[in-house]
Design a protein around this ligand. Structure first.
Ligand SMILES: Nc1ncnc2c1ncn2[C@@H]1O[C@H](COP(=O)(O)OP(=O)(O)OP(=O)(O)O)[C@@H](O)[C@H]1O
Ligand SMILES: Cc1cn([C@H]2C[C@H](O)[C@@H](COP(=O)(O)O)O2)c(=O)[nH]c1=O
Length: 212
């Protein structure tokens, strides 16, 4: 039985983690499949260890290629150990970030090139692609302001990057979204949380009506 793979993407602070939790609460009683929520970087023991290295603010000397390869390595482990087995069981897998994050942050933000970063990720994931990606669309400055409200002073290495970097990442997302209009659906994340959640639930239900 083949499962379903949904990813949430967006700038830092767009609300991905919060919205995923609310979407799961909303659909849990109605969904015909088990729901597995996971995240990147991370999602498995080894992948979480790699996450700690990538996001440690002390690792200021990490170069862009190392960063891209660490995200891809973490993802490879996550896919083989967690995501693929769940999809084989027939689960609905919801991941907080996936390859599109690498295309936007490392491909565009770090200037490595979206196509080049896509290639290493195709190798890492065995070409796994989500069935649906919900892009929470928020101005990067607003996202950073939301994060500063909740964890000012303890931002991770990526969150500590200047606004110009996050604006470049946002341009990367726009390119990726335009290249995959069938897969990526955009939700206005500047709305109040209940509206963002309702729009996301509607997308899940309309994309996979057979799940409900
Ligand atoms: N629609 C919303 N309106 C206002 N605040 C929101 C909204 N959605 C989430 N938030 C708040 O914004 C902050 C960041 O949310 P959250 O951690 O879910 O974002 P994220 O996209 O997962 O961030 P990151 O990419 O850094 O992991 C939280 O304090 C959350 O409560
Ligand atoms: C998967 C992935 C993530 N990032 C960045 C985006 C965030 O700034 C951090 C951590 O993610 P979280 O949502 O705050 O937990 O990592 C990235 O640059 N490239 C990636 O592939």
């Amino acid at each position: 039985m083949q499962g379903y793979f949904i990813t949430f993407e967006g700038p830092d602070g767009a609300g991905k983690t919060t919205v995923i939790n609310e979407v799961v609460k909303a659909i849990q009683g109605q969904c015909k499949r088990e729901i597995l929520v996971t995240r990147e970087p991370g999602g498995s023991k080894i992948a979480e260890k790699i996450r700690d290295i990538i996001l440690d603010p002390a690792n200021t000397e990490m170069n862009a290629k190392t960063e891209a390869l660490l995200y891809a390595a973490s993802r490879s482990q996550h896919v083989s150990e967690i995501i693929n087995p769940a999809l084989k069981r027939g689960d609905l897998v919801i991941s907080d970030r996936f390859v599109d994050s690498s295309l936007a942050y490392q491909g565009q933000g770090r200037g490595l090139g979206i196509d080049e970063v896509a290639q290493i990720n195709a190798f890492a994931t065995g070409h796994l692609e989500p069935d649906l990606t919900i892009f929470l669309d928020l101005d990067p400055a607003q996202g950073l302001a939301r994060i500063a409200n909740v964890r000012s002073g303890s931002e991770d290495r990526l969150e500590q990057e200047k606004l110009a970097f996050h604006e470049e990442v946002y341009r990367g997302y726009q390119k990726v979204n335009q290249a995959h209009p069938d897969r990526v659906k955009v939700v206005d994340a500047s709305q109040d949380l209940p509206q963002v959640v309702a729009a996301s639930v509607k997308l899940v239900k309309s994309t996979f009506p057979e799940l409900f």
